[in-house]
Design a protein around this ligand. Structure first.
Ligand code: OOG
Ligand code: NI
Length: 456
């Protein structure tokens, strides 16, 4: 039981996401420009749809609409990942899902640290997509040993951060003053370092093996490489980026625009080439940091996800389109095979839904009359309403697209080795949570609650 004088983990997460946003806007001014554009487009969407605006207002989320929903980092060792797990746990963020990116030619595997329960998600869904470098995918023995040696020599956490993590675990929480101190110390881990820990030749050798390896190995810490606010109209933001001096990646990742949005659509601006000082005072540059936007839709069941993967694969078999409009048209054609109305999505069990009482349902519940136990009949009768549960996780094909467009365009072939969730979990020190289980539980709990309220 958390102590009364402790700050709630959700509030620590909010302090963290706000501090991170301030730091990143200072470090990467283009990101601030993107935030402004996102807020502007969100305002225009709401102005054009008063009903939607009303909804946001009532949910109390209007102020937080354009804030960050996620960020991403890449770490080099199991010890770093394990420590991050402890850091994020203090902010109510837990590892959900396993993502294998090696198949897409990126030598990492990943999870997303995020809040898992409904109340915490509503307060602040901020997540960190966290990737662990797979050194075993470096072919050259000497280079692999050198990378391991460089990583072994660094500590990405401040001494104070370690003290505060131990303290939080021993006490079962942090007071507000401790939490502020904790957030400030943890932020140091995500800061950009203009000075690389290696000389230019070592950097280049690692860069030649894979640009991502150089990014993870050559710096003092796992700089935050992007943050991602939520947009209500990703197509418009993508279109308008060039007019504010931002260069968007070629394609929006994920499903096409639909009446009933599903999963996750994302796009980013391409990473900036930034000056770096290498050991021995050699000047050079490094390309890693960018800005991204996301628009989320309904979480899909395993059946719905299988259909999504099948259609996405089918669309990828057609010749790749270089311009987004042609790509979106092609996607839309293929995705005509995915039902696009809530009734069908629910009846065919393709998506997850949350059940709630309608006004009539509430009156009946108060009246204490017993209803029949069948959810569908109660929906027909107007006593229960089903609303889509929002997808809170990530998509490996989209993530690979985001990675790739930010590695300076160089594509890498798929690695021969494949997913290794067991090795990832061993590095992490615990199993990752199964995302489908979380959505199913949200759906089942809501169903149980409404049926109970109706005496069914
Ligand atoms: C992570 C890329 C994946 C997303 O939104 O899918 C990601 C990275 O570049 O480190 O953030
Ligand atoms: Ni991202």
């Amino acid at each position: 039981m958390a102590h009364d004088s402790f700050l709630h983990a959700d509030d620590i997460r909010t302090l963290f996401s706000e501090s991170m946003s301030r730091m990143y806007q200072q470090e990467v001014p283009q990101y601030g420009t993107l935030m402004q554009l996102v807020a502007e487009v969100n305002d225009q969407v709401l102005a054009a749809e008063p009903a939607m605006q009303q909804q946001w207002q009532e949910s109390g989320e209007l102020d937080r609409l354009s804030l960050e929903r996620h960020g991403a980092i890449r770490v080099g060792t199991a010890a770093e990942l394990k420590m991050l797990r402890r850091v994020f746990a203090i902010m109510g963020m837990h590892p959900v899902s396993y993502y294998d990116l090696s198949e897409a030619g990126v030598p990492v595997h990943s999870t997303a640290f995020r809040p898992t329960d409904n109340a915490s998600l509503r307060r602040n869904p901020f997540r960190i997509f966290t990737s662990l470098l797979r050194l075993e995918l470096i072919e050259d023995d000497a280079l692999r040993a050198r990378a391991a040696e460089i990583l072994a020599a660094r500590d990405i956490f401040t001494a104070q951060a370690r003290v505060l993590v131990n303290q939080a675990e021993a006490q079962g929480g942090l007071t507000e003053a401790q939490a502020r101190h904790f957030v400030a110390e943890v932020l140091e881990t995500f800061r950009w370092h203009q000075n690389a820990t290696v000389d230019l030749a070592s950097y280049q050798a690692l860069q030649d093996a894979h640009r991502l390896i150089a990014d993870v190995v050559c710096f003092r810490g796992p700089h935050i490489n992007h943050l991602t606010p939520r947009t209500l109209d990703i197509d418009t933001v993508q279109q308008r980026m060039p007019a504010v001096g931002i260069n968007p990646k070629a394609l929006i990742e994920g499903p096409p625009r639909r009446r009933c949005p599903i999963l996750l659509r994302q796009t980013s601006f391409t990473a900036l080439e930034e000056p770096v000082c290498f050991a021995g005072e050699q000047a050079g540059t490094h390309t890693a940091r960018f800005g991204e936007i996301e628009q989320r839709g309904m979480a899909l069941t395993p059946k719905g996800r299988a259909l999504y993967d099948e259609l996405l694969n089918r669309s990828r078999q057609a010749p790749a389109k270089i311009d987004n409009e042609a790509h979106q048209r092609q996607l839309a054609e293929v995705f005509a095979g995915f039902p696009d109305d809530e009734d069908s999505l629910r009846a065919q069990q393709l998506g997850y839904f949350r059940y709630g009482l309608t006004e009539a349902g509430r009156q009946q519940a108060e009246g204490g009359k017993n209803a029949s136990g069948d959810i569908n009949a109660l929906i027909e009768a107007g006593l229960i309403r089903a609303t889509p549960i929002i997808y809170e996780d990530f998509l490996p094909v989209s993530a690979a697209g985001i990675f790739q467009s930010n590695l300076g365009g160089s594509q890498h072939q798929a690695y021969a080795q494949n997913a290794n969730q067991a090795a990832f979990e061993q590095a992490l020190g615990c199993p990752v949570v199964d995302e489908f289980g979380l959505y199913a539980k949200l759906q089942d709990d809501s169903a149980r609650q409404v049926l109970q309220a109706l005496g069914a």
